[in-house]
Design a protein around this ligand. Structure first.
Ligand code: EPU
Length: 430
């Protein structure tokens, strides 16, 4: 078993470099399927979700070459296979992007239903609604989603999303870039990674307008050709370290960020008494005094991100007064609350609302990461807590955070990875 052991109560000082955005990378890598030639993708985060999606492309027949730690060359020109392997695809949510990318490239796709964090139901009906409107037949047989463009190629049309969905917006965009005619996505998601995918595709020759607004127009082109592209910094990784400083105290320069993407997070930290100073491509976060209560509701971008909800909860546990947290995106994203209670947090949950009564201190405990962001929030709680916190199931955290232990140790946190191979053998510390 591998776990994180944190001796909490130390303020953080120094600088942290932010990696490329996970949720952009896991869409841009499958988008390479649409490109005729070599795509060089830079600023790729070294996380297990990215390794998985690269392995899936290789399994399909892509030529993937590592250029350096954060850069890969991908050539999908020779792929002839549109069936995605089940074991790999079921481990990751973003495998659904292979449906749009393969449909766009071959006019057909066979992809297992996606995996990912468990927040209650995670339907993909809006993705399918888009593919069907664009002339595809979609059904499920033998544990696979089978999608086939009736005309052999996707047909541009108007798609209105009933719900603002990041995945559906990006998946429909992938299936539309090589389609016949113009596709218009209405009520589209506006997240930074939606814009990043559009910028990547446009840099390879696509014709996409309006990404970042709620109407995206995609004029189908005959071919995309190779080029190079650098992925944006990760908004949520940056927000997580900002939250860590808010909880543990100290002063940290969070570098290689786009401050505009962080404004929704910065606004809440300011309300809580944390100082945040924007620089060109960095934010300086400083917390010396007490934390003040606030209310937070998660919403699609530019609202407060649901992927920062557990991390902000960790800070609110230590803020003076009563805070109300409302989850506006997922049905069940409070599964971590029991673990926080073990540390002395006072939280009541009723459906999508959590009422958090700030306490003077959290105390270290043995806790279990139940998903990616909840795991990151447990690290934050552990950094702020008195005593020792042990977090198990850290593979959830490593799906989305590159080198979290090194980055936090670099600003003075006492956090280590402890590996216990099996009962009876002595623990290794790394
Ligand atoms: N929804 C539907 N039907 C659909 C699609 C979505 O009803 O066809 C609903 C969902 O149930 C949810 C809401 O719409 O209530 C939003 O879901 P969305 O499709 O936007 O989420 P997603 O694409 O599955 C991505 C991120 C998540 C992040 C959400 C919301 C990736 C790989 N995942 O998921 O990130 O929470 O957008 O911003 O991009 C994470 O990084 O930890 C993570 C979970």
């Amino acid at each position: 078993m591998t776990k994180y052991v944190i001796h909490g109560g130390r303020p953080l000082f120094g600088e942290i470099d932010i990696s490329g955005a996970k949720n952009a990378a896991v869409a841009i890598i499958p988008a390479a399927l649409l490109v005729d030639g070599v795509c060089r993708i830079e600023n790729i985060p070294q996380i297990s979700d990215v390794t998985l999606i690269l392995n899936i492309l290789q399994d399909l027949g892509a030529d993937v070459r590592t250029v350096n730690r954060t850069t890969v060359d991908i050539d999908c020109s020779h792929i002839r296979n549109a069936r995605v392997p089940e074991e790999l695809a079921r481990k990751i949510r973003a495998s659904y992007y292979l449906i749009g990318a393969l449909l766009g490239r071959f006019g057909s796709a066979e992809v297992p239903p996606p995996g990912g964090c468990d927040f209650g139901g995670r339907p993909i009906d809006q993705h399918i609604k888009g593919f069907v409107a664009m002339g595809a037949d979609v059904d499920v047989q033998g544990g696979y989603i089978h999608a086939r463009a009736r005309a052999g190629r996707m047909q541009g049309t108007q798609v209105y999303l009933d719900i603002v969905s990041v995945g559906a917006t990006m998946n429909i965009m992938l299936s539309a870039v090589l389609a016949q005619g113009m596709t218009v996505i209405e009520n589209a998601a506006k997240e930074p990674h939606v814009v990043d995918l559009a910028n990547f595709l446009n840099s390879m020759g696509a014709d996409i307008m309006g990404a970042g607004t709620d109407v995206i127009k995609i004029r189908g082109v005959a071919r995309l050709s190779g080029g190079s592209y650098s992925i944006i910094p990760d908004q949520i990784e940056a927000g997580t370290y900002m939250a860590a400083v808010a909880a543990a105290g100290g002063e940290v320069l969070v570098k290689n960020v786009i401050p505009k993407h962080l404004e929704c997070i910065t606004a809440k930290l300011l309300e809580m008494g944390v100082a945040v100073e924007e620089r060109d491509d960095a934010v300086l976060v400083c917390r010396t005094g007490n934390l003040t209560r606030t209310n937070v509701k998660t919403l699609p971008y530019p609202g407060f991100p649901t992927d920062m909800q557990p991390q902000i909860a960790a800070i609110l546990c230590l803020a003076e007064g009563t805070s109300v947290l409302t989850e506006g995106v997922w049905d069940n994203r409070y599964r971590y609350v029991d673990e926080f209670r073990r540390m002395g947090a006072q939280i009541q949950v009723d459906g999508k609302i959590a009422v958090i009564e700030g306490v003077e201190k959290l105390t270290g405990a043995r806790i279990r990461a139940c998903d990616l962001r909840a795991g990151a929030a447990m690290v934050i709680a552990g950094l702020a807590a008195q005593g020792t916190t042990e977090i198990s199931n850290i593979y959830h955290i490593e799906r989305g955070y590159e080198d979290i232990v090194r980055k936090l140790s670099g600003v003075g946190a006492d956090i280590r990875v402890v590996v216990t191979p099996d009962a009876g053998k002595q623990a290794q510390v790394g």
